[in-house]
Design a protein around this ligand. Structure first.
Ligand code: TXA
Ligand code: MG
Length: 351
C-alpha cells in the first residue's frame, strides 16, 4: 500500500483544513490515517466499523484482544458510545479536552472488534487541534492505539511514524512532534464512583484525587505474576523494550559510575540527567551519553524518553543504563514506562 503524507499545517502556520477533510474522507471510507495527538501519534480508523478495527490490529501487529481507545470531538459525545455518570462529567470538566482516557461501560454502538471483546470502552477527547478537526470531519469516533508496531515505543515524531507505518496505512498526517511524549492517563470509573488508575500519564494521581478516591492498579508499578488477571489488557504485553538490555540504576551518581565501570563491557549507552552528563562523559569516553533533561524536569524527560529509546535501538548497543525515576507526580508515568522497557531489571546501589 502506498502511504500518503498529509501536512497538517500551511506555511503560514494555520491548519490546512482541506487537507484534514481529505484525511477524514479516508476514515469515512474505512481506511487508516495516522493522526497527531498531544500525547503520541495514533493509528486511526472508524471506531464504529469492525473492518476498520481489524485493519488497525493487523497494521500494528497487535493481538485483537487488546482494545482500542475511541477518540471523540467533544466530551458529551461519549453518551453515544458509553454509559456516563456524574463522575465522568467531573473528569471531563477538569481534564478534557486533554491527555486523559476514561473506561466506561460500552453501548452496542461500539463493535466488539473495537473494544477487544470487553463490555467496557475507553474514551478520550484529545486537545490537539488537528486530531479534533479530523474527528469532527469524520463524523465518527476514531479508534486509535499508539501508531507504533506492537512492542516498540509509541511514536512522538513524524519520522518515528514513518519508520513503523509506511506502507501499512493509507495516510499519515504530519503534525510535528507530540507535545507530551507519553500516552494518556487511563482511569476506570468504578460502580461506587471511585477511580482505578490503569495507566499513569501527564495527569497525576494528585490531580485525580481532587475529584474522587483513586486506587492504583497493581500492574502500574509491579511485575505481573504468571497468569495474573489485569484490569487493562495492554498491561500484560511486553512494551517499549529496546533490543539491548536496559538496566535502571537506583543510586547516587558515583555509585552508578562504579557499577558501570565494573559491569559488562561492549558497546554501551548511558541515559542520564543533564546535571550528570559531564561526569558520565568524563568517566566513560567510549560510551554514548544521552541527555535526559534536568533531574527535576519530568515534562522534558517525558518528551524525550521514547525518542531516546528509538534512537538507541538503531545503534546496536550491548547494554543501556538509565536512572530509575521517582514515582511522585509525572515521575510515576516515567517509572511505569521505564520498568517495562527494562523488563523490571532494577539495580539497587544505595544513596
Ligand atoms: O495517549 C494515548 O492514549 C494514545 C493516543 C493515540 O490517544 N493511545 C494509546 O492507545 O496509547 P494504546 O492502544 O496504545 O493504549 C491503550 C491502552 C491499552 O493498553 C489497552 O489495553 C487499554 O488502553 N484499554 C483500551 N480499552 C480498554 C478497556 N475497555 N478497558 C481497559 N483497558 C483498555
Ligand atoms: Mg500503545
Amino acid at each position: 500500500m502506498k502511504t500518503e503524507i498529509i501536512k497538517a499545517y500551511l506555511p503560514n502556520g494555520d491548519i490546512d483544513e482541506n487537507a484534514i477533510k481529505n484525511a477524514a474522507d479516508i476514515i469515512k471510507r474505512g481506511g487508516l490515517v495516522v493522526m497527531p495527538t498531544e500525547t503520541v501519534y495514533g493509528l486511526g480508523g472508524d471506531g464504529t466499523n469492525p473492518k476498520a478495527a481489524s485493519s488497525i490490529y493487523s497494521a500494528k501487529g497487535r493481538p485483537s484482544d487488546n482494545p482500542l481507545i475511541i477518540h471523540i470531538a467533544n466530551p458529551e459525545d461519549a453518551e453515544k458510545y458509553a454509559y456516563t455518570s456524574e463522575l465522568y462529567y467531573k473528569i471531563a470538566e477538569s481534564f478534557m479536552p486533554g491527555p486523559i482516557t476514561v473506561v466506561l461501560t460500552a453501548k452496542d454502538s461500539v463493535p466488539m472488534e473495537t473494544r477487544g471483546g470487553l463490555d467496557t470502552v475507553a474514551v478520550r477527547c484529545p486537545s490537539n487541534k488537528v486530531a479534533h478537526l479530523l474527528i469532527k470531519h469524520s463524523g465518527v469516533p476514531i479508534a486509535a492505539p499508539s501508531a507504533n508496531l506492537s512492542g516498540s515505543p509509541s511514536p512522538t515524531s513524524l519520522h518515528h511514524v514513518i519508520d513503523d507505518m509506511d506502507g501499512r496505512v493509507d495516510a499519515i498526517i504530519d503534525g510535528g512532534n507530540s507535545e507530551i511524549g507519553l500516552e494518556s492517563t487511563i482511569v476506570k470509573v468504578n460502580d461506587d464512583e471511585t477511580l482505578a488508575l490503569l495507566r499513569p500519564g501527564k495527569i497525576t494521581i494528585g490531580e485525580l484525587m481532587s475529584i474522587a478516591p483513586v486506587n492504583v492498579a497493581d500492574a502500574v508499578t509491579n511485575k505481573l505474576a504468571e497468569g495474573e488477571k489485569v484490569l487493562s489488557p495492554g498491561m500484560k504485553y511486553r512494551h517499549y523494550a529496546p533490543k539491548a538490555p536496559l538496566f535502571l540504576l537506583d543510586g547516587e551518581k558515583d555509585k552508578c559510575i562504579d557499577h558501570i565501570k565494573n559491569d559488562k563491557q561492549g558497546k554501551r549507552a548511558i541515559i542520564c540527567y543533564s546535571e550528570d552528563v559531564g561526569a558520565y562523559k568524563a568517566a566513560f569516553k567510549e560510551c554514548d551519553v544521552y541527555d535526559f533533561g534536568s533531574r527535576a524536569d519530568e515534562a522534558r524527560q517525558a518528551y524525550l524518553l521514547f525518542a531516546i529509546l528509538r534512537d538507541a535501538d538503531k545503534k546496536d548497543y550491548d547494554v543501556i543504563y538509565a536512572p530509575l525515576p521517582d514515582t511522585s507526580g509525572v515521575g510515576l508515568a516515567l517509572y511505569n514506562r521505564m520498568i517495562r522497557a527494562a523488563a523490571h531489571q532494577i539495580i539497587k546501589l544505595g544513596r
